[in-house]
Design a protein around this ligand. Structure first.
Ligand code: GLU
Length: 295
């Protein structure tokens, strides 16, 4: 089992690590170590407008300060466009991806015409306007590429190692999602699926805010003939306002004056016992605990 375990931590360099991202980093590192596996850091910098210059290096430094070092060279997604294009080409060739010419306004109008009133803050389910069977682009220029989510099928199920059995009806709840954006940037869903498979990732341990993406990623894996990793979604750290800590809502960068103190905060969130002493000993204690309690 150990040799087959390959885990990863895949931060987006939109700012320094905060208390919430350290939980995911620590959980994925401990799970890999407890299984005698490899842990790899991947910088997810495809959404370039949201990336902050230098944040990638800062994150790697913060991880190193906490004793969390990638076992293999760190990858930057911004350098892997050719792989994503190959995957998109395969999806196009198998009829699973199609060009979409809809603007946000077109989508709103089509939904309104269908009598669908969208709740505020709820992402619109793409109404399928540019699906080939609905006539395709009909003269509009192609803006983005979408995945043709299979319709009329059972919801996608997966056993999450912490959350239990999960399920999502992607066609109803999400619709045909974007693979390549109108601005030419690769969508997270495609990049993450291609990279997890290319890097041989067997176990994905990440924050629970990402759980909702899993079913989409599984559909892409199936369409591309790629294996599905084991998923575990870790608890989120909530800020004083009760919302999840995120760079978007102004989470403070980690205070790493004392890495052991910062790690203890993250560990508490994972249900690990407090540990004190030299960094190496603290981490070793939690590896033992994780190996015992997670199997
Ligand atoms: N890059 C994503 C983030 O920082 C994480 C992606 C993943 O773990 O699948 O939120």
């Amino acid at each position: 089992m150990g040799a087959l375990y390959r885990g990863r931590f895949a931060p987006s360099p939109t700012g320094p690590l905060h208390a919430g991202s350290l939980v995911a980093a620590l959980a994925s590192w401990l799970d890999a170590r407890a299984h005698g596996g490899a842990w790899i850091v991947r910088i997810e910098d495809v959404d370039t407008p949201r990336c902050v210059p230098g944040a990638d290096r800062l994150i790697l430094d913060q991880l190193a300060t906490c004793g969390l070092l990638s076992d293999e060279p760190v990858l930057w997604q911004s350098q892997r466009g050719a792989l994503y294009q190959q995957a998109l080409d395969r999806l196009i060739a198998s009829g699973r991806a199609y060009p979409c010419g809809c603007s946000r306004k077109d989508i709103e109008a089509a939904l309104l015409a269908q009598g669908v009133h969208r709740e505020r803050h709820h992402a619109a389910v793409y109404p399928g306007t540019c699906r080939p069977e609905n006539g395709g682009l009909q003269g509009k220029p192609a803006r983005a590429w979408r995945f043709a989510v299979p319709t009329g099928q059972a919801p996608v199920h997966w056993p999450d190692q912490r959350l239990g059995l999960q399920s999502q009806d992607v066609a109803c709840e999400v619709g045909d999602f974007i693979l390549k954006r109108a601005d030419g940037l690769w969508a997270y869903q495609l990049a993450v699926v291609v990279d997890d498979a290319d890097q041989g990732i067997s176990h994905v341990v990440r924050g629970a805010d990402l759980a909702d993406n899993t079913a989409r990623q599984m559909l892409l894996q199936r369409a591309l003939g790629l294996p599905t990793p084991v998923y575990r979604h870790t608890p989120l750290v909530l800020g004083d306002n009760g919302e999840k800590l995120s760079k978007q809502n102004g989470a403070q960068a980690l205070d790493l004056c004392s890495p052991v103190a910062a790690l203890n905060q993250a560990a508490a969130c994972l249900g690990l016992p407090p540990a004190h002493g030299p960094l190496g000993q603290v981490l070793a204690r939690w590896i033992g605990h994780t190996a015992q309690h997670q199997g």
